[in-house]
Ligand binder design. Structure first.
Ligand SMILES: NC(=O)c1ccc[n+]([C@@H]2O[C@H](COP(=O)([O-])OP(=O)(O)OC[C@H]3O[C@@H](n4cnc5c(N)ncnc54)[C@H](OP(=O)(O)O)[C@@H]3O)[C@@H](O)[C@H]2O)c1
Length: 339
């Protein structure tokens, strides 16, 4: 076995952002690396995830996940190679998915590491299409929104990790029409030409309500909300009687410094008997085996496509995170350390 490294670089949150995160809110620091203790593995991270929910963890507020501690390493999804093992069932060379991203080397309790197979799918895909965002799309569409064949579906953030899978899964399962919105004309082109959406629009090109009405002349039955704000209001207007909305994310307001106004047309929920329901992917772990089986099949048959935007090098993780919030990613945003 080659000698273990003696130190690892890791990202710390050093100040709580107010509004958009600034580079000075973060620091890349060195930490010592030691041999793993009983029941633990030392993992060299190859890819780690930056996700929108991490913005919420930078605030000191009570939420479903605890805030990042100042001057401590941040964490999140990561995939890497075991370089030292002190745990039964894990060997040097194994690839594992775990929760200690934002660092080069991770000292992981084996009970929190899941072996993944890079010969079945690229290792980075366990952070995206075969990972948490993919399961969010699957559970949010099929379980929370009670999608059924013939539904017309609208998804915002449609070129992102979750949204791109929602639209394609709806098509695969027989949606009558799938509409997506995204923040650039290139992304809109991708949705229609590569992912098979029936219609798509750039929300920066005009009011969402007008563009959605044009794209969905017969209304929508399901709205998958990744964005909130103007999108949610427009979708409530477009939803048909007994329509369902999965409230998955509200990225349009994650950097807001004042409370965002609610939808002005909420009273429509009554007459149309709409169901608006939040989702937390962690509640849907029971769907994991079915999700993996379905998605692996759709990937193999070519019915489901995905993109990843990889930012190379741990020193660029802040840029990757802020780039994600700005829409610089197509598909899953990933920081790769495998060069
Ligand atoms: N509830 C859960 O369990 C759960 C789990 C995973 C994710 N989520 C949520 O799902 C959403 C998507 O997550 P993801 O990981 O797939 O991220 P993503 O969509 O891959 O990346 C975020 C995207 O948001 C878009 N965006 C940024 N600011 C926007 C704005 N003001 N208006 C409209 N779009 C904006 C950008 O695309 P454009 O170029 O199109 O603007 C950006 O690429 C997020 O809201 C996230 O918090 C929730």
């Amino acid at each position: 076995m080659s000698a273990l490294p003696t130190s690892s670089r890791e990202w710390h949150l050093v100040a709580r952002p107010h509004g958009w995160p600034a580079a000075t809110d973060f620091a890349l620091r060195e930490a010592p690396v030691t041999a793993p203790g009983e029941g633990r593995v030392l993992v060299r991270n190859l890819h780690f995830s930056v996700d929108p929910y991490m913005r919420g963890r930078m605030n000191d507020v009570k939420s479903y996940t605890p805030p990042f501690k100042l001057d401590h390493p941040m964490d999140g999804g990561a995939v890497g190679e075991v370089v030292a093992s002190n745990a039964e069932g894990f060997a040097v060379g194994d690839h594992v998915l775990h929760g200690l991203g934002w660092r080069e080397y991770a000292d992981v309790p084996a009970k929190h590491a899941v072996k993944v197979d890079g010969s079945i799918a690229p290792l980075s895909s366990y952070l995206g299409v075969l990972g948490m965002p993919g399961l969010t799309a699957y559970a949010g569409l099929f379980e929370v929104a009670s999608f059924k064949e013939g539904d017309a579906v609208f998804v915002s953030g449609a070129a992102g990790a979750v949204g791109s899978q929602v639209g394609q899964m709806a098509k695969i399962k027989g949606a009558s029409r799938v509409i997506g919105s995204a923040g650039s004309d290139e992304k809109v082109k991708l949705l229609v030409e590569e992912y098979g959406f029936d219609a798509a629009f750039n929300y920066k090109n005009g009011p969402v309500r007008e563009q959605l009405a044009e794209a969905a002349p017969d209304g929508i039955d399901v709205y998958f909300d990744n964005v909130g704000g103007e999108h949610l209001e427009a979708a409530i207007s477009a939803l048909n009687v007994h329509g369902r909305a999965t409230i998955c994310g509200m990225i349009a307001q994650y950097n807001a410094t004042e409370p965002a106004p609610g939808p002005r047309n909420l009273a429509l929920v009554i007459g149309k008997r709409l169901r608006l329901q939040g989702i937390l992917v962690g509640d849907h772990a029971a769907l994991q085996p079915q999700f993996v089986q379905d998605v692996a099949g759709w990937l193999a048959s070519g019915e489901l496509k995905y993109n990843e935007t990889k930012v190379q090098g741990i020193e660029h993780a802040y840029d990757a995170f802020v780039g994600l919030l700005r829409g610089e990613n197509t598909g899953k945003m990933i920081v790769s350390l495998d060069a």
